[in-house]
Design a protein around this ligand. Structure first.
Ligand SMILES: [Zn+2]
Length: 153
């Protein structure tokens, strides 16, 4: 007879290796800090914050969806820039979240800011992101593109 030790009974969970290793996280993994692959929101947070971040990510599925939709529209490559129309309409009442002229010219800057906005809203980033100005270092293209993939896939 095995003795029940109390606490949660561990069930084997079928884990998609492309998914973030934080339990229940809806995002794809893109960063390995040495403790397994995680998404950009969990990778830099201490484990005591993981559950709260996961819960917030689930409450912000609308923003995750928006970023994914914008990425898909951008990837279609239309000269009409439907991603820009969508972003402007979505944030109609939030002018500070609409793409700046610089972000219109460089999609990756806007993608970076939307991801940072998500990080901020779920508690994985303390400071609300501002549009990157020319004097600031901007995210490498590869990083932004990779980060987008974890949301769209
Ligand atoms: Zn995660």
């Amino acid at each position: 007879m095995t003795k029940y030790r109390g606490g949660a009974v561990e069930q084997p969970v079928e884990q998609d290796p492309a998914k973030c290793s934080a339990y229940g996280c809806p995002l794809r993994a893109s960063v390995n800090q040495g403790g397994g692959w995680q998404c950009f929101c969990h990778a830099w947070a201490t484990p005591d914050k993981w559950q709260a971040i996961t819960r917030e990510l689930r409450e912000h599925d609308w923003l995750i969806g928006l970023i994914g939709d914008l990425q898909r529209l951008y990837n279609e490559g239309s000269k009409d820039q439907p991603w820009l129309t969508m972003a402007r309409e979505f944030w109609a009442e939030y002018p500070d979240l609409k793409p700046t002229a610089r972000e219109v010219a460089n999609w990756n800057l806007y993608l970076w800011r939307m991801r940072a906005e998500l990080e901020h809203r779920v508690g994985a980033r303390s400071k609300k992101p501002e549009p990157l100005e020319p004097a600031q270092p901007h995210p490498k293209r590869g990083n932004a593109t990779h980060a987008a993939q974890e949301i769209t896939a």
